[in-house]
Every structure is written in C-alpha cells, then in structure tokens.
Design a protein around this ligand. Structure first.
Ligand SMILES: Nc1ncnc2c1ncn2[C@@H]1O[C@H](COP(=O)(O)OP(=O)(O)OP(=O)(O)O)[C@@H](O)[C@H]1O
Ligand SMILES: [Mg+2]
Length: 348
C-alpha cells in the first residue's frame, strides 16, 4: 500500500495534437507533475477519426520517453460518433433490475448493433419531475473503437487502465478545479480541431454530453478557401492573428463570420437541453485549442455568459517544470488530459 503508485498519465489523443498530463493524486492537493504536447502526424487521423493506430502509438511512446516519467498506467478518452451519451427516463425499479432494462432501452435509443457496443449507465440524482420514473445517463461506446484506443495505449508500452468519455474527462477537470456548484447548471465546451466536446453539469452531475463534428479547423478551411491559399498558409494566418501579427484584413472578416458556425451548433445543443429541462444554464466555460481563435470568447459571450476555463485553478503545479509563461501557453490544451490524469485505477 505504501508503495502504491498513484500517478496516472492522462492521454488526450487529438487530430491536431496529443496531450499527456501526469497528475499526482496521492497528495492533499492534486498536482500536475508533467505535461507534454506533441503534434499528431497528419496521416494518423482523418476528419477526427483514427486511421493509423500504430503511428499514434509511436508518437505517444516517444512523447512519454521525452517526458522522462516512470509511470506506466494511463487513461485515455473516446470521442465523436464512437460514443453516445443519452439521458433517459425509466420506470422506478430495484437497482438489480436496471441492467436488463437498460439493454431494452438501448435497443431503442442506440443506433448501433448492441452486440458491438459497450453499454454503461449512471443513475442521476436529479428528479425527473415524475414520482414513478428515474433519470439515467446511458453511455454506449463502439467496441471496435474501444479496442483501437486501448491498443494504441498498449502499443506505446503503457497499461491502459481507464477509457473515459472525453466529455466526462472535461467535466472531471472542471470539478477538480471549480468544485461542485450546488444548484447551478454550467456548460463546458472544449473546442478542438475537428471535434468539440460539449457538456452540461447540473448540481455536479453530467446530464448531457455530446461531441460536435467541428472545431478550429473550420476557420483554417474558410481562410484557405476564401483567400485561395494552402491549408498550411491559412493556419499560419489564423495563428498569426492570435499572436498579433499583421495579416490581410480579409482573414479577420473570415474568422468573424466563421464564429457563427460554431456558435450556432452550441446554440442548437443549448436549445435541445432547454427543451428537456426546466433549468437554465448560468455560464459556459470554454477551453480547447480552437477556443483560442481571436474573438471566439466574445462571440460565445453574445449567446450566453461565458468564461475561459482555468484547468490549473485548484491544482498544485510542479514548479520545476512549469513557468507562468508555459502554463499560459498550454492552458487551452490541457483540460481533457488533466481530467483523464485525475482518474484513479479502478475508477469506472
Ligand atoms: N493561438 C491559436 N489561435 C487560434 N487557433 C488555435 C491557436 N492554437 C491552436 N489553435 C487551433 O486549435 C486546434 C487544435 O486544438 P486542440 O489541440 O485542442 O485540438 P485536438 O484535440 O488535437 O483536436 P480534436 O480533438 O478535434 O481531434 C487547431 O485547429 C488549431 O488551429
Ligand atoms: Mg481534442
């Protein structure tokens, strides 16, 4: 027991970059020990889907070696259409009967062959408003993708202890930093490159989690199309604006117009939630590389009160590794990896 290694590597596999967070959960204050961000080889993913698992393993293995960590336990996440999270109401029943009922419900709600998915569920503490029903969060993950992701981690020489839903990891990171906001409803958005995770937390419980098939790459696409430049040039212009470099006026205009695409998608999810719940979302916290696009926070702020998520707010930080400047640079990229790294062996 004394020698139990309580560290786990949270590995967030993105289409733009791979993020690895080593978090020490054995102390009073959870501490970020180490962090790595490496580019994802472009040919390893397509449209947010994995196309070359071996290449991802190699990239992770190298990043872990460079981190110089001895930790072998890892957790990673599932995203996109490979995982479905759905809130359902079922008749009130004894806990032992729920799995059977869940299978039956899943037949109706999950558009995949149930023999090819891993099913899980969580009983929500919130009231359904009706005395004879209970609220359940149903989670279905495509087995093939579960195997692929865990093979990627194993292929990197690590032990894959936990596979989480990216949205849940995001929520985990939020709660570790901000605590459980009783009586409050908050939204979280992690704007990636091709996928963005959107989560709603009610009273400390995830009640909604859906990934949107778009992110920061849509700005790059639009710039490339409108200005007739390559994707690499367009990406350079987009990042250039963020760091205050001069770029053609047209670029700013394209970015400004493209915010609407993301905001509309978020707005659609909010509407869906508000149609099924009597609670109102107080605030959305945003993070993810794509949320660094110039003007994104302001555009979101027009829809709903919003604030940049601070993944370090309640964490201890290893001072040997992290300068203030480095923390500022990685802040938008860490949330999911930290949320994964905060998981402990044996967590569901
Ligand atoms: N300073 C910046 N300004 C604007 N956009 C940025 C900035 N830094 C990164 N990005 C964009 O953020 C995106 C990458 O973010 P992130 O690392 O969160 O994505 P990812 O997790 O790799 O992708 P996904 O999860 O969608 O597969 C890219 O689209 C990139 O262009
Ligand atoms: Mg991502």
């Amino acid at each position: 027991m004394f020698f139990k290694n309580k560290r786990i590597l949270g590995i967030d596999i993105g289409s733009s970059s791979i993020k690895i967070a080593e978090v020490d959960v054995s102390r009073k204050v959870n501490t970020l020990q180490n962090f790595s961000l490496v580019s994802t080889p472009p040919q390893a993913t397509a449209g947010g889907d994995i196309t070359d698992p071996g290449l991802l393993s190699d990239t992770i293995r190298q990043a872990v070696t460079e981190l110089g960590t001895k930790v072998k336990s890892a957790s990673s996440g599932l995203w996109g259409s490979s995982v479905i999270v759905k809130r359902i109401s079922i008749p009130k029943m004894e806990e032992s009967l729920i799995p059977e009922q869940i299978r039956w419900e899943a037949e109706q709600y999950i558009p995949y062959d149930l023999n090819e998915v891993n099913l899980d569920y969580k009983i929500l503490n919130i009231s359904s408003g009706q005395a004879d029903t209970m609220e359940i969060l149903l989670v279905a993950a495509i087995q093939e993708v579960v195997y692929t992701v865990s093979d990627i981690i194993t292929g990197a020489g690590l032990n894959c202890e936990i596979l989480d839903v990216e949205g849940f990891a995001l929520a985990n990171c939020f709660e570790a930093n901000y605590g459980i906001s009783r009586g409050q409803v908050v939204g979280l958005i992690n704007v990636g490159s091709s996928v963005s995770n959107f989560v709603i937390i009610e009273n400390g419980e995830v009640v909604f989690s859906r990934d949107m098939p778009l992110g920061g790459i849509i700005y790059t696409n639009e710039i490339a199309k409108t200005l007739g430049v390559s994707m690499a040039e367009a990406e350079g212009m987009k990042l250039g604006i963020s760091s205050g470099q001069p770029v053609p006026d047209e670029v700013s205009a394209v970015i400004e117009n493209t915010h609407d695409v993301l905001i509309e998608e978020i707005s659609g999810n909010l509407e869906f939630y508000h149609n099924t719940s009597t609670s109102q979302i107080g605030k959305i916290y945003y993070t993810g590389g794509g949320s660094g696009t110039v003007g994104f926070g302001e555009a979101l702020g027009k829809l709903v009160a919003s604030e940049q998520l601070d993944p370090f707010l309640g964490l201890g930080i290893n001072p040997k590794v992290f300068s203030r400047d480095y923390l500022r640079q990685i802040r938008n990229f860490c949330s999911v990896a930290i949320g994964l790294g905060l998981r402990q062996k044996g967590d569901k």
